[in-house]
Design a binder for this molecule. Structure first.
Ligand code: AMP
Length: 194
């Protein structure tokens, strides 16, 4: 299996690049943000609880997202592999993901991190808020809160994969196609050395 963690702050382009990568490498896209937004739209109990945190730009509890990922990995057991987008976002989630994949006889191939400056992120997210209507993209103070959550809780996940020799940083500024080609080159290089 080819299992990629696509990493980076909110607005780095993870969703856009995931769409292209799943097509190129025939992978299943698992975005915890998308799964949570569909729970919110369906007004499930989980969705109603998660919405309170998402609206403030805070992370939802680890056990909630770990449970969601487990059931999605289980229901796609025969796939070529996965792109994890927006997950893991804490060290506890990263450990749980390793354990889950280990039980399935597989592991993370590579973490690819899209690197983008904070001011560029804010510009992109405010623009996305206008186009998509996502409430958490329309308020600059919530955007800054999400970036703060990323810096304090999520950025350490990078060290977790770096310690395993699995981290690759990719410049997230440029055209969608040129960033995509950089990601493909990194994936092909890591798949070749497995
Ligand atoms: P995203 O679409 O990935 O930016 O996620 C939107 C919101 O969903 C985040 O601001 C969090 O509130 C929540 N969320 C998504 N993924 C996770 C995760 N792995 N852990 C905790 N909260 C998450």
């Amino acid at each position: 299996m080819l299992n990629i963690v696509l990493f980076g702050p909110p607005g780095a382009g993870k969703g856009t690049q995931s769409e292209k990568l799943i097509e190129r490498f025939k992978l299943v896209h698992l975005s915890t943000g998308d799964i949570l937004r569909s729970e919110v739209a369906n007004q499930t109990e989980l969705g109603l609880e998660a919405k309170k945190l998402m609206d403030q730009g805070l992370l939802v509890p680890d056990e909630v997202v770990i449970g969601m990922i487990e059931s999605k990995v289980d229901s796609n057991a025969s796939s070529n592999g996965f792109i994890f987008d927006g997950f893991p976002r804490t060290s506890a989630q990263a450990k749980a993901l390793d354990e889950l994949l280990h039980r399935k006889g597989t592991s993370i191939t590579r973490m690819l991190a899209l690197e983008v400056s904070e001011e560029e992120l804010i510009t992109r997210l405010l623009l996305r808020g206008k186009d998509s209507g996502r409430a958490d993209d329309q308020d600059e103070s919530i955007i800054r809160k999400r970036i703060h959550e990323y810096t304090t809780k999520t950025a350490p996940v990078r060290d977790y994969y770096e310690a395993q020799g699995k981290y690759t940083g990719v410049n997230g500024i440029g055209s969608i196609d040129s960033i995509f080609e950089s990601l493909c080159t990194a994936i092909e290089a890591s798949a070749a050395t497995r």
